[in-house]
Design a protein around this ligand. Structure first.
Ligand code: FAD
Length: 508
């Protein structure tokens, strides 16, 4: 037993826990990450992330490494059961508003390897594998984290000021805080097949969505030699039946065509039940839930892992600010207020996408065949389908907006290139920023400097200038996670509303 209180203990070294650790490490916050496995969980699951999530990797200094293991996704193609193209939505080749491709494909264990290796540069972060967390007990100013060696069973514990439960779908942290979980009414069994191919299978490099209630399927290239298929299982079917290559290959044949089976190595064919659920409470005093511990989504829009990484991005700077003494403790309540509605919106969109692909029987098929080829004529639909922008954060102590009024508040400030050639995130470097069209007075400039924030005056013709004008604002306070705290025309009010942050330092 060790009775030194560690500022943050993170339960779970999946993508959510590793991201939270890296972000806290950037602020020099001491944290201990505990995971039951010695090393990376090897089964590939997530294969897609959007540019908002890529931006988090960029913020961690991992953008270049991720570029080397990821594959730009060209868009979305809807197909019928005979593999006829019903509709196609092509993405622009240019990077999106965050400075990265709007959709990237990758292999989750490779991403986790990059995240883990990146932690080595933060001397305040320790990762300890082969450690099964068994209990969280809150007592006044600390949480006792009980754990055991999974092999010897030897028990031990540490004290933490805050605990982040990033321990996945069967979260112990969630059980310990005693929250209910709302089932959002979705359960489908799917066969997930990962294949390595020595030959290029020569398919269009976007997501292929087969819209068929009898055998809905998704196909995408995820890397240089890697391909992913997902097939909805019929009642009574199991993944075991597809362990036999003679049964599996006919499923993927419409894409692999005449490539000999010997050139296609099936890495795994496993069954998953895709679910939709969300925890009622994401915080109990000093324990927080993040990632799959807080929410589960069917993967039809590829957002489960991204939602967890957004949770980490939302909470890490707030914790750093509270631990540094600048932000009041109550600001931590904004975590659930902002993140839960955002996660719920993403789950609802994933469920809707699943329903459009799979429901309605033969009538649904007919409707899709009739409607899909005309979709490109619907004004703005292409942009809607391909736009990676997620909804604005809801109101909280750290998102100030009037109900029902259009505002930049809660939206992400774009990661634009500034006149000196650097990107917005590189200049703001984990601090608050005031972005303004007008010059500030000397007093106002002094106030911004005293609070450790960055001042960016947007000249006409620049990306920030266009962004503020489009949002009908003269200025905005941008938080360390890139979300807008408040925007408007009242420059004096905005300067006065800039919070003191207090995080000790930031190391990119
Ligand atoms: C088939 C499939 C396809 C998917 N595709 C996508 C996609 O394209 N895009 C996307 O964004 N998401 C996708 N997802 C979802 C994504 O994989 C998950 O959302 C993501 O892995 C969740 O990350 P996490 O860190 O929250 O949890 P996990 O990855 O589950 O990590 C939790 C960690 O906690 C550890 N742990 C648990 N309990 C304890 C304990 N008591 N003590 C110590 N350690 C513990 C575990 O060992 C594990 O390492 C997909 C999922 C599936 C199944």
């Amino acid at each position: 037993m060790n009775d030194k209180t560690i500022p943050v203990v993170i339960v779970g070294a999946g993508p959510t826990g590793l991201t939270a650790a890296a972000l806290l490490g950037q602020y020099g916050v001491e944290c201990l990450v505990l995971d039951r496995w010695e090393s990376i969980y090897p089964r590939p699951r997530a294969v897609h992330l959007d540019d908002e999530v890529y931006r988090i990797l960029g913020r961690l200094g991992l953008g270049g490494q991720f570029a080397a293991i990821s594959w730009r996704c060209l868009g979305l193609r809807l197909l019928d059961r005979e593999m006829r193209v019903l509709a196609e939505f092509q993405r622009d080749a240019a990077d999106g508003r965050h400075g990265f491709p709007q959709a990237s494909m990758f292999d989750q264990p490779e991403l986790e390897a990059i995240l883990r290796a990146g932690l080595k540069r933060h001397e305040t972060v320790t990762v300890r594998g082969a450690t099964e967390v068994t209990a969280l007990t809150q007592d006044g100013g600390a949480v006792r984290v009980g754990f055991a060696d999974p092999v010897t069973g030897r028990p031990d514990s540490v004290l933490a000021r805050y605990v982040l439960g990033c321990d996945g779908a069967n979260s112990l942290a969630r059980a310990c805080i005693g929250t209910g979980v709302k089932d959002l009414g979705f359960a489908q069994r799917w066969l997930v097949v990962d294949v390595a191919a020595t030959a290029d299978i020569g398919q269009w490099e976007g997501v292929h969505q087969v819209c068929d209630p009898h055998r809905a399927a998704t196909f995408m290239r995820v890397g240089e030699t890697r391909y992913r298929w997902e097939f909805r299982l019929a009642p009574g079917e199991t993944a075991d039946q597809y362990a036999d290559p003679a049964r599996l290959h006919p499923l993927i044949r419409p894409w692999t065509k005449d490539i000999p089976a010997g050139e296609l190595e099936v890495i795994r064919a496993a069954e998953y039940t895709f679910r939709a659920q969300i925890a009622d409470r994401w915080r109990d005093r000093r324990v927080f839930l993040l990632g799959d511990a807080a929410h589960l989504t069917p993967p039809f829009i590829g957002q489960g892992m991204g939602t967890g990484m957004r949770d980490a991005m939302n909470l890490a700077w707030k914790l750093a600010g509270v631990l540094g003494g600048g932000l009041p403790e109550r600001m931590l309540d904004s975590y659930q207020a902002e993140r839960k509605p955002h996660a719920l919106a993403s789950i609802r969109l994933a469920k809707l996408t699943g329903a459009l692909m799979t429901q309605g029987g033969e009538a649904g098929n007919l409707l899709r065949r009739l409607a899909a080829p005309r979709l490109h004529r619907v004004p703005g639909l292409r942009e809607q389908v391909l736009d990676s922008q997620t909804p604005a954060l809801r109101r909280s102590d750290l998102v100030v907006r009037r109900p029902w009024r259009r505002s930049l508040a809660g939206r992400l400030c774009p990661n634009v290139v500034l006149p000196d050639g650097r990107r917005f995130d590189d200049v703001t470097a984990g601090r608050f920023a005031i972005v303004t069209l007008a010059e500030l007075s000397a007093d106002q400039r002094d106030g911004v400097r005293r609070r450790g924030a960055v001042l960016l005056t947007a000249a006409p013709g620049t990306g920030l200038h266009r962004w503020l004008r489009a949002g009908r604002a003269d200025a905005a306070i941008v938080r360390p996670d890139g979300a807008v705290l408040r925007a408007g025309r009242d420059l004096a009010g905005l300067c006065a509303a800039l919070p003191a942050f207090g995080a000790a330092r930031f190391r990119p």
